[in-house]
Design a protein around this ligand. Structure first.
Ligand SMILES: NC(=O)c1ccc[n+]([C@@H]2O[C@H](COP(=O)([O-])OP(=O)(O)OC[C@H]3O[C@@H](n4cnc5c(N)ncnc54)[C@H](O)[C@@H]3O)[C@@H](O)[C@H]2O)c1
Length: 267
């Protein structure tokens, strides 16, 4: 099988975008070349372009003019809403990280329809967790019950919760659907929406959010129960510079790109 030399465009050059760009440029995965990079913070994009040999693009239009085969979004929910349809209409496949935007059924459907019309795809990376293979298999036979718990250190919820959270005890903050969760915590529960999309959908999959001072980084736990039995998938990322994000989410984009070229494919 011929390994294509595909080109990747990147929107968002923050923590996760930087890892993706640097690893593609460094040759961590074979068969890919970095095309354009863009960010609303032009200096950030210029700097990353200089470091990686990618082309600085002043905006999405310039990036799409580079005719990338795939575009990675690492810029946030509002950016994903703006770029998804133009990217697909330009004939590029899309790898979004701000998957919370897909909790909006109308948007999700428009993206699906546009991708289908254009003959391109939307690849959802497993992001800060994993186990989408298991969820999809378990869902095929009988009812699947799925719950997703987001347990976070109080400081990683600072932006989302406008009052001081206790430092000496757990504080449950939310229980409801994944769709309600992303509306309330737009930057904190992308992973829950991604898992919910794989499971019973954002309106039907239960999500909890808790403040946990005993944790040094956000913990994600998916609990599944169905005809197959039971499963628990839990990830405790290493505490890092950015308490909101997990570097695993960037690695999951790189692993996804690698799968698209693999001969023996782990799905
Ligand atoms: N799917 C997952 O499991 C998962 C896990 C962690 C983070 N995320 C999401 O991934 C995204 C990136 O995370 P991060 O930690 O790298 O964030 P970050 O804040 O470090 O970087 C985001 C970058 O995007 C840029 N940006 C914002 N709006 C833009 C726009 N309209 N066009 C171009 N650039 C724009 C910002 O200037 C910034 O440099 C966030 O939305 C985050 O919530 C998803």
């Amino acid at each position: 099988m011929e390994k294509k030399n595909r080109t990747v465009g990147l929107v968002g050059c923050g923590l996760l975008g930087r890892i993706v760009a640097q690893d593609i440029a460094g040759g961590l995965i074979s068969g890919y070349r970095l095309a354009g990079l863009t960010d609303v913070d032009a200096d950030l994009a210029k700097q990353l372009a200089a470091e990686t040999g990618g082309t600085f693009c002043a905006g999405l239009g310039e990036l799409l003019a580079q005719k990338p085969d795939l575009v990675v979004e690492a810029a946030g929910g509002p950016a994903l809403r703006e770029l998804a349809l133009p990217v697909l209409r330009a004939g590029a496949s899309l790898i979004p990280l701000s998957i919370g935007a897909f909790a909006d059924e109308g948007f999700c459907e428009e993206v699906r329809r546009t991708a289908e019309e254009q003959g391109v795809r939307v690849y959802l990376p497993s992001g800060a967790i994993g186990g989408f293979d298991l969820i999809r298999a378990a869902k095929l036979h009988g009812e699947l019950r799925a719950t997703i718990a987001n347990d976070k250190p109080p400081r990683s919820l600072q932006e989302a919760v406008p009052y001081p959270l206790p430092e000496d005890r757990e504080e449950p903050l939310f229980a409801g659907s994944a769709r309600e969760a992303i509306a309330r915590f737009p930057k904190n529960v992308n992973v829950a929406v991604a898992a919910a999309l794989a499971a019973n959908g954002p309106g039907e999959t239960r999500v909890t959010v808790s403040s946990r001072p005993d944790l040094s980084a956000p913990r994600h736990t998916i609990r599944l129960e169905g005809a197959f039995g039971q499963a628990v998938i839990q990830v405790d990322p290493k505490a890092g510079e950015n308490q909101r994000s997990s570097t695993l989410a960037a690695y999951s984009v790189l692993a996804l790109l690698q799968k698209l070229n693999d001969t023996i494919v782990f799905l």
